[in-house]
Design a protein around this ligand. Structure first.
Ligand SMILES: [Mn+2]
Length: 326
């Protein structure tokens, strides 16, 4: 569903707009949120930003990031439009039902697993990032690209294409990136902030995590895990695990990489990366999660052993059904 006209009308009619993104936000969620924040402010709207999990450290350099509040509830009674960015389902936002009562919900997203949870849905499944949809929306609204907006959208593309590397990286993506750089997004300073500003604790945790590497399914699946004891040993936290799974996928012959990360309340965040044919998006959907063909995730409950067993069976079944990766 691609409700361009309804989206533009809802934005024109709203006075107080709340922007939000999914739990454990990534560069696409945050960049989309901040780009739209600046543009809607420039239109004269009252704009608020609130995420269940705030803004990860590596994205706090972006202009406007300090205006994002966090937590399970948001006090603003006057909000008439909520815009959800980069979330495939309403539950991914992490808020109670009361959060959405009496407000129009606009869902802007590019996940194939999106269940059209909005009152209005602006979905472009082929888009490289949700930020690319925001870019197209700003063109429709005739909003000029400022350096702050261009930088925020650039981050969405940089991170969701895994540095202009993954299967979503088309000629159109490079065209869009060029437009953003011309509008004031600075590629090298942005890369320095996102990829070259890690804490030492991250590398210590990475060493520990790589020690858990296991290859299964005759070398077609690679497995890593992180538990809370590892955070205590290293001083790192869940945000530091961003990108760990790419090491598992980087091995020759690996078709599916899996990272199982301990969360609070006996929950485990399971992240999948695929390399060739295997559709890890469908795999994640089958376990209550969602995502894309080559990148997806879900949350499971139980002990580590139970969760690992469940995921192992699902991965082995998928690999048995897939043609050999080439
Ligand atoms: Mn995205």
């Amino acid at each position: 569903m691609t409700d361009w006209d309804k989206t533009c009308t809802a934005i024109h009619n709203a006075n107080d707009i709340l922007l939000t993104t999914h739990c454990s936000p990534d560069g696409d969620g945050i960049g989309s949120q901040l780009a739209l924040y600046h543009a809607l402010k420039n239109m004269g709207k009252n704009v608020y930003m609130h995420n269940r999990d705030g803004v990860p450290r590596i994205y706090r350099f972006l202009p406007g990031a300090s205006a994002v509040s966090e937590g399970e509830t948001f006090a603003g009674d006057n909000v008439d439009l909520i815009i959800s960015l980069d979330a495939g389902s309403r539950s991914r936002l992490g808020f109670p039902d009361s959060f959405f009562a009496d407000r129009i919900l606009l869902d802007i997203d590019h996940h194939a697993s999106n269940d059209c949870f909005g009152d209005i849905n602006l979905l472009e499944i082929g888009a490289c990032s949700t930020g690319a949809i925001v870019f197209a929306l700003l063109e429709r609204l005739r909003m000029p690209l400022t350096p702050a907006i261009a930088s925020a959208i650039y981050v969405t593309i940089l991170t969701d294409t895994a540095n202009f590397c993954n299967a979503a990286t088309t000629a159109e993506v490079f065209d869009l990136a060029a437009k953003l750089v011309r509008a004031g997004a600075e590629a090298w300073p942005i890369s320095r902030e996102v990829y070259e500003s890690q804490r030492r604790e991250m590398l210590t945790l990475l060493c520990t995590c790589l020690g858990t590497l296991e290859l299964r399914d005759t070398g077609h699946s690679a497995w890593l895990h992180v538990n809370t004891a590892m955070y205590e040993q290293t001083g790192a936290d869940a945000q530091d695990t961003e990108g760990f799974i790419e090491y598992a996928r980087s091995l020759q012959g690996v078709e599916i990489a899996v990272l199982i990360r301990q969360e609070e309340h006996a929950e485990w965040k399971v992240t999948f990366r695929g390399k060739y044919h295997a559709n890890v998006g469908q795999l994640a959907v089958s376990m209550g999660g969602g995502g894309h063909h080559h990148a997806a995730g879900c949350t499971l409950r139980g002990t580590f052993k139970e969760v690992e067993h469940q995921v192992r069976q699902a991965v082995s079944t998928l690999l048995a059904d897939s043609p050999d990766g080439e």
